[in-house]
Design a protein around this ligand. Structure first.
Ligand code: HEM
Length: 290
């Protein structure tokens, strides 16, 4: 964790110290972030088993950094994120629920341990393959739960205490999209997913590559860009050809200009929740059965 001045350190220390109280008073006791426990004070046994102070510190540092160490704003956003997680249950979307196989088919997660910092965990969205499957966007909730599930699985592979591997990289492949007009349902889903990422997943994206984007799609790009904040935009790279991706990701599979394998072979399909995540999922399920 790097602090540029004493004030940043002070804000971080204060937020971290006040966290148990914030969680108890403003988040209904919900203390899970990306599968990790944030509150060591609520339950002694749980804390002993699942609390890792270093991880908790790095997660809170990310929140402080995302909101420029402005204490009231940082606290407000932490509260929003935890309350959203309590409500949406993203761990369930990632590790418990079944999604449409057609959606599962276009989401891929890869891991390249030797890649440049923060390009080691990559989530791929082969959205071009969905251009003729508009029915998948009709029920926005289903699409969103699938997409958030993929995001959470990707996050599970990051190491939040390692500054070279605590951000993820994402690729959108629009191969197959030829004549394209942003359909209303796709637009709605896109807008909602972008909104959720911006509000509830700050400081996690390192780079985002849009590949196989013909120049004629500059209009679509211009339209989608309106929903995205400037900081996130600065991480985007648009490439007309898929093979150019290897210039940015040297371990990319052959179909993207790299040297080895194909994307589906590289897919990591068995991502497991953290121990705390699993505990919460089981607890939740038992409550539902009761
Ligand atoms: C974001 C789907 C075409 C540019 C998204 C998102 C979805 C999506 C669901 C939400 C963010 C995410 O899932 O990571 C689609 C589909 C398309 C399509 C199904 C057509 C089949 C295009 C085209 C462009 C484009 C042609 C032009 C480059 C973008 C941009 C974002 C985005 C800039 C914002 C990414 C972010 O904030 O993380 N798209 N899209 N999309 N899309 Fe597309």
């Amino acid at each position: 964790m790097k602090f540029e001045n004493d004030n940043q350190r002070k804000v971080f220390d204060q937020v971290f110290t006040e966290l148990p109280k914030i969680i108890a008073e403003k988040c209904g006791g919900y203390d899970e972030l990306y599968g990790y426990k944030l509150n060591p004070e609520d339950d002694k046994d749980e804390a002993e088993k699942y609390y890792d102070k270093e991880v908790a510190q790095h997660l809170i540092y990310k929140m402080c950094k995302a909101f420029q160490f402005q204490k009231p704003l940082v606290v407000e956003r932490i509260v929003n994120v935890l309350n959203w997680r309590k409500e949406f249950d993203p761990l369930s979307a990632a590790f418990f629920e079944a999604h449409s196989p057609e959606l599962e088919d276009v989401g891929v997660i890869t891991q390249y341990p030797e890649e440049a910092p923060n390009k080691r965990v990559v989530t791929w969205n082969l959205y071009g393959q969905l251009v003729k499957k508009k029915h998948l966007f009709k029920d926005a909730d289903k699409f969103i739960r699938y997409r958030i599930g993929l995001m959470e699985k990707g996050l599970r592979l990051l190491q939040f205490t390692d500054e070279d591997n605590n951000y993820m990289t994402q690729v959108h492949d629009y191969k197959g999209v030829s004549v394209f007009r942003m359909d209303g349902d796709i637009k709605k889903c896109t807008k909602q997913v972008i909104d959720i990422f911006q509000k509830y997943y700050p400081e996690l994206l390192w780079a985002k590559y849009f590949v196989n984007v013909p120049v004629v799609f500059s209009l679509v790009y211009g339209m989608v860009k309106q929903f995205v904040d400037a900081q996130t935009m600065s991480k985007f790279v648009v490439l007309s050809e898929g093979k150019k991706l290897a210039q940015y990701l040297k371990f990319a599979p052959k179909d993207y200009g790299g040297k080895q394998g194909n994307l589906k072979q590289q897919n990591i399909s068995t991502v497991k929740p953290t121990a705390y995540g699993l505990y919460l999922l089981e607890k939740h399920n038992n409550e539902d059965i009761d």
